[in-house]
Design a protein around this ligand. Sequence first.
Ligand code: ZN
Length: 298
Amino acid sequence: MSVESVEHRTEISAGAVPPALEYPACPVCRSERREFSCELSQDYKVARCQDCGVHYLYPRLTEQAMHQVYRDPSYYEGGSSGYADTSYIDQETSLRATFKSLLRNLDRRGMTGGNLLEVGCGYGYLLDEARLYFRHRTGTEFSEDGAARARATGAEVFVGGIEQLPRDASFDCAVAIQVIEHIYDPIGFVGELATRVKPGGYVVLATPDIGGGLRKLMGRRWPSFKVPEHVVYFDFDSLQRLLAGAGLVEVRRLPYPHAFPLGLVAAKFGLSLPQPLERINVWVPATTVAAYGRVSHG
Ligand SMILES: [Zn+2]
């Protein structure tokens, strides 16, 4: 991989050590052939790989600099760093409704039961809702505070990434929801996830849909263009290719309706609502794309 690193100062680190930026090849196929589909700020553009079609942030923070951001507890609460534009806790009701819908969709396809792994489990809302569907629930989470909250749901939760799981741990279903867009080596990540899943088991990914209607409607104001943490963007075709490229079989689309608090949706349009209305769930179509594949028996 050819990555050119430079020291560069941006507004996100005012007064702090300047973050290191790098100019990556396509994070999925390593091609250097790119066109720019969107300019997000003075510093960051979205590139589209001319060989595999995936979109990615260009340039991006080095992975080491990015991990420092995730270790900051204020990341989840949209604190001084300003990375999150709304509090994760404020969205609890909507996230739980979204995860209930996901679990029902998995259950209908016979994908529930046994041991569940969630990578990047946040505060554990999915692991908590999943107690009805899976015998044992395990999560990983980079934030220690997130991991502690997720552990309170009765799940086993490890601080860090997949590498923190015990060597002998294996799962019937592994899910990564709104995670893959943060990953610097998506093929390596899905491959690693697949080694933790039993033959015949499932890997499930959900991510903002760069091919979706909301992105088309909002252009560069699409809320999922989150700089600097979203480094790769998929639509169904590129997500399907990612799963197949990592060796999974029987790759299929999964419906993924996403609920949002009405207050958050209104805020995107510059409106403010009376508080009781703010927490009502609105189901927004075409924001998220999800797909799954099976780990083959041979
Ligand atoms: Zn590519």
